[in-house]
Design a protein around this ligand. Sequence first.
Ligand SMILES: [Zn+2]
Ligand SMILES: [Zn+2]
Length: 152
Amino acid sequence: MASNALGDCQACRRPLGVRVFSFDRHIEQYRYRDNESIDGEVLEAETLSRYCSAECAWSGVLHWLGQRGIKYSGGSAGPIAICGKCGQPLDMTKPHVAYTLQEELLHHKPGYDEAEVLMAEGVADTCIQCGGAGCEEEQAETRTERPAACVP
Ligand SMILES: [Zn+2]
Ligand SMILES: [Zn+2]
C-alpha cells in the first residue's frame, strides 16, 4: 500500500499518517568549541520504531528502554554524561549512543517523502558497549571481548 509506506504504529498498530513519532538510535560524537557551540557528528543512524502519537511513542519508548535496562535521562549535551545502562561516565567527544524521539511531518513529494522535524527530544545516552553493537541481538557475531556491562 503506497499510502502506508511507513507501516503501523508500534504501540497501537494503527496505520501511520503523515505525522509520525520516530524513535531513533544514533551513534554520535560531539566536538566542543569555546564551551558554547557543539558540533555533533552522526556516525550511524537507525530508526528503531515509529509511533502515531506522543502517547504511543512515550509508552513504547519507555517500555523499550525498560526491557533493556536503560534509564531515561532526557538526553545530555555533555561533555560528560552518565551511561544510562552501566552508569559509567560517558565522554561525549568519543563515539556514544544517543536515543532520541522526533516528531516528524511528512511531505509527499514526487518520488520521495520529505520529513520536516517538528520536535526532537533526547531520551537517553549510553556508552558504545551498552548501546552500540547491542548486547542482545548482535552478540553472536561479536568475537571481541564482551563488555562487563553486558554480562547479565
Ligand atoms: Zn499508536
Ligand atoms: Zn554503558
